[in-house]
Design a protein around this ligand. Structure first.
Ligand code: HGY
Ligand code: MN
Ligand code: MN
Length: 413
């Protein structure tokens, strides 16, 4: 283990500075992918990359990678640290941002120590990890690593009607570096857990074993608008009643399945959305997740069957489209062991666990040795302006990142 340490004051100052971009009244951030706020956040992080002397490239889906050459001045196949700096609309200071800014901090320590490494070391932020404005999530890393098609993603239309390609052009991040074949020699992502497990178990570090499967579906129900007062109950085709039953069904399904099954209806819009009109159209999203692919498919199938039954009973038609679908991912056990043993060597309490959230790391796992380090989220809160992780835990996780990245970067390429 190295006796080097990150500079926690400097890292926290960057977290605060980035947090001021898209700051919300009362705390938190809104930097939805490819908005003006995202552009400002990108520009700030790119300026820090340049200040560290990194060779900065932007690829065709807007991913930005800053590389610190190795002792021979080479930049290919770096040891890469990364995450995302786009946020949900009620984002906190740490989701994604921590992984990128801790990567910058690790590189700054290497610069301060004038340390040369066998392999290049790099830090990146990936476009549209959240998927909140443009589906699917993990878009930039997925295109970078060849599991998503560039043209399809550039054509993706967001919740406010623009396409990814248009907005990349508009914010000036439609780069020319090719996507899909670029590779790292190893990938490390430091991230807040966003759940309650580490805090409950009083662990400082999570050695992440993998990422659970994700299924996002948009459902559209069409009935018949009618007068709320004059339409007898047995003459209604009420799209809102169907949608509402689906909300309750997926909650009950997750509770009945237990285990890691979760289900969320996060977005729903009624039309015409008026007090005295029976809704003729409802669009809603269903987010289903499970660490087990077979169980996730069962949850999907049960939901389809339920939807068809209640819609038919109400005389409502159904349309659906998949917004995202990722099978569960397992990280290389040797990399998980590296995180676990390095944390133990630093006398940090460490626990192995799967990730409930999706991450850019899952796109790298098929292509190179990949590891994630979790640090605790206070009260397990995330995707919420109250998201918080202590400086002490940030320092521990970032020093662990420094250790494992330095160890890996000193191994012959
Ligand atoms: O939805 C997710 O798990 C991630 O935040 N994109
Ligand atoms: Mn994240
Ligand atoms: Mn997130």
């Amino acid at each position: 283990m190295t006796d080097l340490n990150i500079n926690i004051e400097r890292l926290c100052a960057r977290l605060t500075a980035l947090g001021e971009v898209g700051a919300l009244e009362g705390g938190g951030n809104c930097r939805l992918a490819l908005t003006e706020e995202d552009r400002q956040g990108r520009d700030l992080v790119v300026s820090w990359m340049h200040a560290l002397g990194l060779q900065v490239t932007t690829d065709q889906i807007g991913n930005v990678i800053g590389v610190r050459p190795n002792a021979k001045g080479e930049i290919e196949l770096p040891v890469l640290m990364g995450s995302h700096i786009d946020t949900v609309a009620t984002g906190g200071l740490y989701d994604g941002n921590l992984g990128v800014l801790a990567g910058l901090e690790v590189i700054e320590v290497l610069n301060e120590q004038r340390l040369q490494t066998e392999r290049p070391v790099a830090v990146a932020f990936f476009t549209n990890e959240e998927g909140a404005r443009f589906a699917p999530d993990m878009m930039g890393s997925g295109v970078s690593q060849g599991s998503m098609d560039l043209a399809t993603c550039l054509a993706a239309t967001g919740i406010d009607g623009t396409t990814v390609g248009e907005d990349l052009q508009r914010i000036g991040y439609a780069g020319d570096a090719a996507c899909g074949t670029w590779r790292a020699s190893a990938y490390f992502e430091l991230h807040v857990e966003q759940g309650p497990v580490l805090e409950r178990g009083e662990f400082q570090i999570g050695a992440v074993t993998g990422v659970q499967g994700i299924s996002w579906t948009e459902w559209t129900f069409r009935g018949q608008s009618n007068h709320a007062g004059t339409t007898p109950m047995n003459m209604r085709c009420d799209a809102g009643v169907v949608a509402s039953q689906v909300v309750c069904f997926v909650r009950a399904l997750a509770k009945q399945m237990g285990g890691s099954q979760v289900a969320t209806v996060g977005a729903m819009t009624f039309a015409p959305n008026l007090i005295n009109v029976v809704p003729n159209k409802v669009t809603m999203t269903v987010d289903l997740r499970n660490t087990d692919e077979t169980l996730l498919q069962q949850a999907e199938q049960a939901t389809v069957e339920f939807v068809q039954g209640v819609a038919a009973a109400e005389g409502v038609t159904v349309a659906s489209r998949s917004l995202a679908r990722f099978e569960p991912v397992r990280f290389d056990p040797q990399m998980v062991k590296l995180i676990e043993s390095s944390a133990q060597a630093m006398d940090l309490g460490v626990h192995c666990l799967p990730s409930g959230a999706g991450h850019d790391a899952q796109m790298f796992a098929p292509n190179c040795p990949t590891a994630m380090i979790f640090v605790p989220s206070v009260k397990g809160i995330s995707h919420n302006v109250k998201e918080f992780t202590s400086a002490q835990d940030i320092e521990a996780g970032s020093n662990l990142l420094l250790n494992v990245v330095l160890k890996t970067a000193q191994e012959p390429a």
